[in-house]
Write a protein that binds this ligand. Structure first.
Ligand SMILES: NC(=O)c1ccc[n+]([C@@H]2O[C@H](COP(=O)([O-])OP(=O)(O)OC[C@H]3O[C@@H](n4cnc5c(N)ncnc54)[C@H](OP(=O)(O)O)[C@@H]3O)[C@@H](O)[C@H]2O)c1
Length: 178
């Protein structure tokens, strides 16, 4: 049986746990980024890394298409807000019909006042993940990579189960100081 294909944008940093988990589950995983991951992401199988930059979406899409070698069944995207629309639109033709999208937003681009950015690809049910903070002993800290990946994987499983689009908050919103 052919393995399912996942395209993970921004999947070599704090989302490397997501990339690893997909590999563990038997997915073929393609990781476009500027720098080859320092630690190989394998767990027995290797992701396909391709050198690509969000600032050149068409080039990124063609490199990812070659590495995917077929339609992607899942897109996970952690792309900075200034380029997310152009990058997501560029990779849209690489996705299988109706393939789900899981998009991750930092707390700078999604928050209680401004809301969550609209999904970009209408034909693809999109789960949105908003990263927040952890409050502990009167202080706040960013989420650990493990916490981020666990939250994003929850959204991935929801997407793969065909659940309706939803905004997932991981951690708390940044406290508002007056
Ligand atoms: N609470 C929050 O809202 C929040 C939000 C974001 C981050 N954080 C914290 O910040 C830390 C690091 O964040 P980070 O933003 O550096 O995320 P990261 O996930 O560590 O790295 C960014 C990912 O995007 C890729 N990338 C970045 N620029 C790119 C470009 N121009 N073209 C292609 N790929 C690109 C990177 O690979 P290359 O560099 O190889 O291209 C990498 O895979 C995390 O540990 C997290 O805890 C918190």
């Amino acid at each position: 049986m052919t393995a399912r294909r996942a395209l993970v944008l921004g999947g070599t940093g704090m989302l490397s746990g997501v990339s690893d988990a997909l590999l563990d589950d038997g997915w073929d995983v393609v990781l476009p980024s500027r720098r080859r991951p320092v630690a190989p992401i394998t767990n027995g199988r290797a992701a396909r890394w391709v050198k690509a930059d969000w600032t050149e979406p068409a080039t990124l899409a063609s490199a990812a298409a070659e590495a995917l070698d077929g339609p992607a069944d899942l897109l996970v995207a952690w792309v900075h807000r200034g380029v997310r629309v152009s990058v997501l639109r560029a990779v849209a033709p690489l996705l299988a019909d109706g393939a789900p999208v899981v998009e991750v937003h930092g707390s700078a681009s999604a928050h209680p006042l401004g809301g969550c950015p609209d999904a970009v690809l209408p034909g693809h049910p999109t789960q949105q993940v908003v990263l927040g903070y952890v409050r502990h002993a009167g202080r706040t800290r960013w989420l650990t990579h493990h916490e981020v990946s666990a939250g994003v994987l929850d959204a991935v499983h929801r997407a793969l189960d065909g659940k309706p689009p939803h905004v997932h908050q991981v951690g708390e919103f940044r406290p508002v100081h007056s």
